[in-house]
Ligand binder design. Structure first.
Ligand code: PAF
Length: 324
């Protein structure tokens, strides 16, 4: 097994802090990598689970320090990824592996182009988490983390460092078909995130109004049509998956609501924009998704929200990998 110190987490937002605290809770010694210069050494972080608060002393390194990172979990937003990869590049070597844990799609392809020769692992996180203070993360819903190589280079086997996640409460699994996992997550995010944004509610309150529940059903069925077009063997119901996510993350504010309230750009273009672009490529009309995207964009524009960097143009569909 690799040295414990080899797990680096880039980005100290809710998911970065959640993973760092859970690794520390399992007896590991992760490194949280931050942009702020001058921050280094051990810092206290709090994990709140079912109203119990625990403190963990986590090593923090600033990007300006000199260090090598073999395994980096990148926990920034999709629109921040390009800059984050440029920042971490000087700390990588030919053995380094970079794990992408953003919502949305499109950025995985850009990352492989940006860091040729580096092992890129894609991931999907369904845990609900939010920051109740700068260094205090609330684990508001126990989901899973799925990881995998898009080219399935190890034939479904995982790299040796993956074993370090076994004893954590993060439910980390390896997937031999990560594109399928990413598409499923994208579809769920494309329904849950903008709806919670428009209604400014927690995940668990979303289906309280019958009108919203009806719209939720239409959106899920449209997503099913797209997924069935991308993979003729697709049999899953996005509605079942999305209801499950709402149930396990009932106490959570979706990341889109959190970003909106913090005045930060959202991942709307990487989630709904990507889904609609793929529907367009497939010649499919998804009127409910188009309307939802329009309304969410309008709400963000009316609030004067900062625009996020857009996904690079011409990022191809995942379809060829998806049909395995
Ligand atoms: O983006 C989010 O908020 C999360 O992906 C999820 C799983 C919907 C929980 O809120």
């Amino acid at each position: 097994m690799m040295e414990q110190s080899d797990i680096h987490i880039l980005g100290a937002g809710s998911i970065g802090q959640l993973i760092a605290c859970h690794l520390a809770k399992a007896g590991l010694d992760p490194v949280l990598v931050v942009r702020q210069p001058g921050i280094c050494g051990r810092q206290d972080f709090c994990l709140v689970e079912e109203e119990i608060t625990r403190n963990f002393s986590i090593r923090v390194k600033s990007l300006e320090q000199s260090f090598r990172a073999r395994v980096v979990l990148v926990c920034v937003k999709a629109w921040q990824l390009r800059q984050a990869l440029d920042d971490i590049r000087p700390h990588l070597d030919e053995h380094s592996e970079v794990v992408l844990l953003q919502n949305g799609m499109g950025h995985q392809q850009s990352a492989s182009e940006q860091l040729p020769g580096t092992g890129i692992i894609s991931g999907s996180v369904t845990h609900g988490a939010w920051l109740s203070a700068e260094r205090q993360v609330v684990h508001a819903g126990h989901g899973t983390i799925m990881l995998g190589y898009r080219d399935n280079r190890l034939n479904g086997n995982f790299p040796p460092w993956f074993g370090q996640f076994e004893n954590t409460a993060l439910s980390v699994h390896w997937s031999g078909n990560i594109d399928r996992v990413l598409w499923r997550k994208l579809a769920i995010n494309a329904v849950v995130n903008p709806l919670t944004l428009l209604h400014q509610c927690k995940n668990g309150e979303l289906l309280d109004q019958p009108e919203v529940e009806k719209q939720f059903g239409h959106l899920c069925r449209e997503a099913d049509r797209l997924l069935a077009r991308l993979d003729y063997r697709w049999r899953e119901s996005i509605e079942t998956g999305a209801r499950e996510v709402l149930r396990i993350t009932a106490g959570n504010w979706s990341s889109m609501v959190q970003d909106y309230r913090a005045g930060k750009p959202t991942e709307l273009d990487y989630i709904n924009g990507y889904l609609l672009a793929e529907a367009g490529r497939q010649g499919l009309e998804l009127p409910n998704h188009e309307q939802l995207h329009r309304r969410a964009r309008q709400m963000l524009a009316d609030s004067g929200a900062r625009e996020a960097a857009k996904p690079a143009a011409g990022q191809g569909a995942f379809s060829s990998h998806f049909r395995k």
